[in-house]
Ligand binder design. Structure first.
Ligand SMILES: *Cc1c(COP(=O)(O)O)cnc(C)c1O
Length: 368
């Protein structure tokens, strides 16, 4: 790759393919693979990622909101798309664009039946979500009879899958809790299958579920973070490749004397001679203020340069006193070696938050 000349997020599609194949190698051949491409495919650009995964024959996509699904359809994505958290106000659009809703409460379930009926749909594919312990979205176990009785009264919709979401699949200290969630889900699913008289697909695993609970792969798995290169553990990270490298450059170098300050509110005061570099990336690009004041660091010519002072909207300043570098040199914020996960840890957060926050202002470049 040529050296960066501005702030850019490079996306390595070969790494994406590697991650997809690695995760798939963990599955039985008849287990389907749903790629989670919500939040701009975790910051990587959902359209490019979805088109590429579609070429690789992924079975399903999931987004959080209807708007995200429409963007994929408008870009020519034909693969089925599950919308995890649709709002009733968008149901007409959802149907128009052939998106498949997750129905998680009796309110949203009834609202969808009403609109699907009005739009003269028959057997419109829907996905019923059950809460098994995350306590975020989902029907409860004792709602099955209600759901079945409603379904008997309509042919507007048909249950394509039933699913649930694990609360702590990456945390092996919560193994008992997770196994209990899986067990509850299986018993709910059995109940639904008996009551409906047909078998929808079953799915409960996210990335860490795939890696830690092979017995729970069921008919389909839903992977997001793993595709983007993170396995939520040191062991699993070794087998995956981060697909994104956030690069920028040195705009200007300053030498700072003892007693001078750097940045807004004079948050950093130097107690000796110091060299700083100003970089064209700030909190509006997704590097939040929590990374400032010595927490986060970037890599310049292979060396760590800590962020000093407060993060500005469009810039950060880093300490380069001990680094041999010049204006225009490339800077790595995170990438395959100095990872987004380790950068996120410096501010007590997780890779998910950091990579989804890289704003749309930052150009994406694709390596094919
Ligand atoms: C975001 C999400 C996923 C993907 O989780 P990862 O940990 O990124 O693999 C799967 N299922 C649901 C319901 C989600 O909201």
């Amino acid at each position: 790759m040529p050296k960066a000349q501005e702030t850019v997020l490079e996306i390595d599609l070969k790494a994406l393919k590697h991650n997809f194949e690695h995760l798939k190698s963990k599955l039985k051949s008849n287990t389907k693979f749903l790629a989670v491409v919500k939040a701009f495919a975790y910051g990587s650009d959902a359209i490019e990622i979805a088109k590429y995964l579609q070429e690789l024959n992924v079975d399903y996509f999931a987004v959080a909101y209807v708007k995200e699904g429409i963007a994929l359809r408008n870009a020519g994505v034909k693969t089925p798309i599950l919308v995890l958290h649709p709002q009733a106000v968008n149901f007409k659009n959802l149907i128009e664009y052939c998106l498949e809703p997750s129905l998680y409460s009796s309110k949203i379930f009834n609202e969808f039946i009403e609109i699907a009926t009005k739009e003269k749909q028959t057997n419109y594919p829907v996905h019923i979500k059950f809460n098994t312990g995350l306590n975020r979205l989902g029907f409860w176990e004792n709602d099955v009879d209600y759901i079945a009785s409603k379904l008997k009264g309509t042919n507007a919709i048909k249950v394509k899958s039933i699913f649930s979401h694990l609360a702590a699949s990456e945390d092996l200290n919560e193994k008992v809790f997770t196994e209990n969630q899986i067990g509850n889900f299986i018993s709910i699913a059995d109940n639904v299958i008996t009551t409906l008289g047909y078998k929808p697909m079953l799915h409960i695993c996210n990335t860490s579920g795939i890696l830690n609970y092979p017995e729970a792969h069921l008919d389909m798995v839903r992977s997001g973070i793993g595709l983007y290169g993170f396995g939520n553990s040191e062991k699993e990270n070794k087998n995956l490749k981060p697909i994104g490298t956030l690069k920028t450059i040195i705009s200007q170098i300053h030498t700072i004397k003892k007693g001078e300050s750097v940045g807004y509110n004079r948050a950093f005061k130097s107690d000796g001679f110091l060299k700083t570099a100003t970089l064209p990336i700030g909190h509006a690009d997704g590097i939040g203020r929590q990374y400032g004041n010595g927490k986060g660091f970037v890599m310049i010519n292979g060396k760590k340069a800590p962020i000093i002072g407060n993060v500005c909207m469009d810039m950060i300043m880093v300490n380069i006193t001990h680094i041999d570098c010049k204006e225009g040199d490339e800077v790595i914020v995170f990438g395959p070696e100095s990872t987004a996960e380790s950068f996120a840890e410096t501010a007590n957060t997780i890779s998910y938050e950091l990579i989804t926050a890289i704003s749309q202002r930052v150009k994406r470049h694709y390596i094919k």
